[in-house]
Design a protein around this ligand. Structure first.
Ligand SMILES: *[C@@H]1O[C@H](CO)[C@@H](O)[C@H](O)[C@H]1NC(C)=O
Ligand SMILES: *[C@@H]1O[C@H](CO)[C@@H](O)[C@H](O)[C@H]1NC(C)=O
Ligand SMILES: *[C@@H]1O[C@H](CO)[C@@H](O)[C@H](O)[C@H]1NC(C)=O
Ligand SMILES: *[C@@H]1O[C@H](CO)[C@@H](O)[C@H](O)[C@H]1NC(C)=O
Ligand SMILES: [Zn+2]
Length: 965
């Protein structure tokens, strides 16, 4: 699944200084998301009924003590019976029934084998009511089935249980028939309903999201990834709609059922697959299609969007990406078609259902006239991510959710390879360092982090399963697999992978199966040497949390590793069998010359090669292929700094970004002092590449937040202005006064950043430019002269520099636009005004769903708080209206905890800490819901901020003053 993770991945990067801090938001968002989901899942399932014709029913209490646990009290299936194939027929009603309820009806047959003696049938079923004849069992072949004595639902573990009159025969095959009814709720889980408006007409779509445990909400099934089966799906639907599922439709017939004219669409049998990858969609969507050899590729979406050409880009990249994976995996695409659908209402970023991938609209639809380059990049990456799963995850599936990191980490890694193939000019492979590695370093450097891999027993209920979907699984998984691929070399990695996929096709595995096949590939390749087995190396990265900082003393050649903790005072409670040491593959260079890879296998070692003198410098972790940070003796740091200042291009773009990011984080961990990190930014006036700039600004943002309300800020601003001014001139020339559209990707990203920063730190010409071009648009609203890539930064800066007129214009445009991404830009830009009364008015709007949609409310409040003028207003507002906000927005909202962390991000005084503590006391009765953890973390972070200010403020100010004089 491409989760919430994706939603904010690239959003707001253009607003580095003024706007939302994308990075912090990603982390906050994904944290809440999981917590929030867990909370919802924990609530008892309603509506299980006993209605049946077969027998009397008993509701069985599910909270028994562990000693007396019945089989149905366990979250894992007992495994006595295993499914082979299903017939499933579903009929979603897109109009409400007499009680105003949207429902679907269905019936299903599952053919299963009995492999262990049992007199129980335990099958997943959640919020389904049995109807008509209910459940019936029959033996296949010459077998007669035992009678069903009674049946009941277990709410807690989400089972339908049948008690049989005698045991099933081991080795025999049976068919269980069920007829059922469920609610087509708008809860985005299982088989659900989504609503949208087109030309003033309300439309209903039936769609599905089964991962991780929601297939059981659509029909009774053995809902575990290892319970693979063949599914024959039939959908009954309104004649004016089209039905889609994993396979191609093989028969569409018009008929009348119960006096209702309907279409019955039958689909080809699926491949043997897991339930969580099933998908059903009924809509009046339309599609565009292409063919690659015999493969049918289609993009589906709302009529307006598709007819407007918004699916073209996705269609164009899908073929090449599939082709790339076929070659990379050395395995052909396993299905007869590839459908991708843009849904107006979708919880995750996207979902890799086999043959029918679902997306948020903003993750699939691209409008070249309106959408920015960031949207395009995001779309390609997400498609590449989901299509990677078609083999890795779908064809071969991990046996259980505890190995989710391998599934998601893998897709998160190879999405860069797939994207790179589709868009070779983007240099996308470099970006994994900033989007995954540096991002997840921040989380994984906390004492509260956790290992990638965890024992199967520790993940059993749906809440625990959902907790697996976090940035450790996605981003650390990706980074660690990339490291593995780099030290094995890509051809060896791909060969092992291909043998793994071909061996286990249509089956299930555990992660060590992949290590085995990679090991075989190593053993079969002469010339590849690793110091010990793939297992032994990888265990240290997957079974213990965190990562090392490797320190190289170039005076002696001594190399040491140490668990890197962002807060050196934090206490690590989790015990590691490896004592927090790793087997570290170190690619490195000496004075610009690539050296042989060195393996650090102990806590400390000496490599005389790394002893250098004179002007020679050592740089370790070239291209940041390793999952670790690097520190050096001060002399080597000096040599690297001087290299940056004299000839920065001697280092790769990634390594420039790495030096900056490592230095700033070593400062936070109190390993080096502040000025060293600041000095890595001095050369930036010569830096034309986006990645190092992004790295610097992301790290400097903390300084900005801390100093923005202090006397230091003037000098910090002046320093930044010195760095950015030459770059601003460079891009102004390159774009012929901002009129020409740039083509080189790094240039496009960077000139967005440049305008953003330049306007904020007061480059005069920048202000004039944004005001003028925005004014042009105001004078002629039907023709927006601002090119899509620059819109986010220009809107925001023009509104910040303007007054009521600029703001009102944005509000009008916000209400008029029909493009979702444009509305979202404008909504964000309106938070940039410096007029307190406008911000206050806007804050009021956020609590009115007719003005700001409920799903956007907390994110908007948070962005107002990231505006320095808005911060005190929001703080008062939140304290004043807490009960109301909590009631209306606290439940089921993803960005809720981001609200607290957003508001308190700049807090750095004892007074503010006390205020926050008082706020916590005052509202302890109402509670904080999903923001509880964020509140605790905020208190911790403010304490750290106070310490940081005491330790660093004078030093930083002194350094800035020296630089400026
Ligand atoms: C289901 O059975 C239980 C226990 O016999 C009973 O309390 C409950 O009312 C029944 N529910 C329905 C919907 O019939
Ligand atoms: C589904 O279709 C396949 C192929 O026709 C068949 O082998 C299988 O038995 C069917 N499943 C059921 C439950 O009948
Ligand atoms: C599944 O459906 C097919 C065709 O609709 C039918 O021939 C077959 O018998 C069904 N399978 C079972 C086990 O009922
Ligand atoms: C299932 O049965 C319960 C109890 O009778 C009822 O409240 C609920 O509405 C039913 N759900 C559906 C979708 O029919
Ligand atoms: Zn995924």
């Amino acid at each position: 699944m491409g989760k919430v993770y994706y939603i904010s991945k690239n959003v707001g990067l253009g607003l580095l200084v003024l706007g939302v801090t994308a990075l912090a938001t990603i982390i906050a968002l994904s944290a809440v998301y999981h917590k929030e989901k867990a909370k919802n899942l924990g609530s008892p399932a309603g509506g299980s009924s006993n209605d049946t014709s077969t027998s009397t029913s008993t509701a069985v209490p599910s909270t028994t003590t562990s000693a007396s646990k019945e089989l149905w009290d366990h979250f894992r299936l007992p495994g006595s019976i295993v499914p082979v194939t299903y017939n499933v027929t579903l009929w979603p009603r897109l109009t409400p029934d007499a009680d105003g309820l949207y429902i679907f009806t269905g019936h299903s047959v599952v053919v299963f084998h009995c492999v262990k003696e049992t007199d129980l049938v335990i099958i997943h079923s959640n919020k389904l009511n049995l109807t008509g004849p209910g459940a019936a069992l029959r033996g296949l072949g010459h077998v007669t089935a035992p009678a069903i004595q009674k049946h009941w639902f277990v709410e807690n573990t989400e089972y339908l249980v049948l008690q049989l009159s005698r045991g099933l025969a081991v080795g025999a095959t049976y068919a269980l028939h069920t007829e059922f009814q469920g609610e087509l709720a708008d809860d985005l889980q299982g088989f659900y309903r989504s609503e949208y408006e087109e030309d003033g007409v309300k439309k209903i779509v039936a769609a599905s999201q089964m991962q991780a445990t929601f297939a059981r909400k659509a029909f009774p099934c053995f809902d575990e990834p290892a319970m693979k089966a063949v599914f024959n799906i039939t959908i009954i639907h309104d004649p004016s709609t089209v039905a889609l599922s994993n396979g191609k439709d093989i028969d569409v017939a018009d008929t009348v059922i119960d006096g209702i004219p309907v279409k019955v669409t039958k689909f080809e049998p699926t491949q043997k697959m897991s339930t969580y990858l099933l998908a059903f969609i009924v809509s009046d969507f339309v599609s565009i299609e292409s063919r690659q050899n015999h493969l049918l590729i289609r993009i589906w979406g709302r009529k307006k969007a598709i007819n407007n050409g918004q699916g073209e880009y996705a269609l164009n990249v899908t073929g090449p990406i599939l082709q790339f994976y076929e070659r990379y995996y050395n395995a052909s695409y396993p299905l007869s078609k590839s459908d991708q659908v843009a849904l107006p209402d979708f919880n995750a970023g996207a979902m890799e259902n086999w043959g029918l991938v679902t997306y948020r609209e903003t993750a699939l639809l691209y409008d070249p006239l309106v959408s920015s380059i960031w949207i395009k990049k995001r779309i390609t990456s997400i498609i590449a991510h989901e299509l990677a799963h078609m083999w890795f995850g779908n064809l071969v599936t991990l046996r259980w959710w505890n190995d989710l990191w391998l599934n998601e980490g893998f897709a998160s890694y190879v999405e860069y390879l797939g994207t790179d193939y589709a868009e070779p000019t983007w240099n996308i492979r470099d970006y994994i360092v900033q989007y995954d590695l540096h991002k997840v370093f921040l989380v994984d450097a906390l004492a509260s982090s956790h290992p990638l891999s965890c024992p199967e027993e520790e993940v059993s209920d749906p809440a625990q399963i959902n907790e697996m979907f976090d940035s450790i699984s996605y981003s650390k998984g990706a980074a660690v697999l990339r490291m593995l691929s780099e030290f094995l070399t890509e051809p060896v990695f791909a060969r092992g992978l291909s043998s793994y996929l071909n061996t286990y096709a249509f089956g299930n595995t555990i992660y060590t199966d992949l290590w085995d096949h990679l090991q075989q590939a190593v053993d079969n390749t002469p010339g590849i040497h690793i110091p010990c087995s793939v297992h032994d190396i990888m265990n240290r990265w997957t079974l213990q949390m965190g990562f090392p900082v490797v320190t190289i003393d170039t005076r002696t050649g001594r190399i040491t590793q140490k668990h890197f903790l962002l807060d050196p005072d934090s206490v690590v409670e989790r015990v590691s069998q490896f004592n927090y040491t790793w087997f570290v593959p170190i690619k490195w260079m000496k004075a610009g010359v690539e050296q042989q890879q060195y393996w650090l296998l102990q806590e400390t070692d000496v490599n005389s090669q790394m002893r250098v003198s004179g002007q020679d410098w050592v740089l370790a972790n070239t291209n940041v292929s390793g999952y670790f940070r690097v520190n050096y003796d001060l002399e080597n740091w000096e040599r690297l700094l001087s290299l940056l200042n004299t000839n920065h291009q001697a280092l790769s773009v990634i390594n420039r970004a790495q030096i900056i990011d490592d230095a700033f984080n070593l400062v936070r961990a109190k390993i080096v002092n502040t000025t060293l990190a600041l000095r890595t930014t001095k050369y930036l006036h010569k830096e034309r590449d986006y990645i190092p700039w992004e790295s610097a600004l992301r790290n400097l943002r903390y300084y900005i937040f801390m100093f923005e309300r202090t006397e230091v800020f003037g000098d910090l601003q002046a320093y930044l202005k010195q760095r950015i001014q030459p770059l601003y001139e460079h891009y102004r020339t390159l774009t012929a006064n901002w009129t020409k559209v740039l083509t080189l990707h790094t240039d496009v990203y960077n000139h967005i950043t440049v305008i953003d920063v330049a306007c904020v730190v007061g480059v005069r010409d920048c202000k004039e430019f944004v005001k003028t071009v925005y004014r042009e648009w105001m004078d002629n609203p039907v023709k927006n002269p601002i090119q899509p890539d620059l819109r986010s930064t220009i809107y925001c800066n023009a509104i910040a520099l303007g007054g009521m007129e600029e703001w009102d214009f944005a509000w009008r445009m916000f209400q008029n636009t029909t493009v979702a991404s444009e509305a979202s830009l404008l909504r964000g830009a309106m938070t940039c005004t410096k007029l307190p009364w406008l911000l206050n008015k806007y804050l009021g709007y956020t609590l009115d769903p007719n003005k700001i949609r409920k799903q956007d409310a907390t994110a908007t409040i948070q962005r107002i708080a990231s505006n320095i003028v808005g911060l005190p207003l929001v703080w008062n507002f939140v304290r004043d209206k807490w009960s109301f906000i909590y009631e209306q927005y606290g439940k089921g909202s993803f960005s809720f905890s981001g609200l607290i962390s957003g508001v308190t991000r700049r807090f750095s005084t004892e007074f503010e800490l006390q205020e926050l503590k008082r706020f916590k006391e005052d509202h302890s009765e109402v509670g904080f819901g999903s923001a509880t953890v964020a509140l605790e973390q905020a208190i911790e972070k403010i304490t750290a901020n106070i310490k940081w200010m005491a330790d660093n403020k004078d030093q930083v100010w002194k350094w800035l003053k020296e630089e400026l004089s």
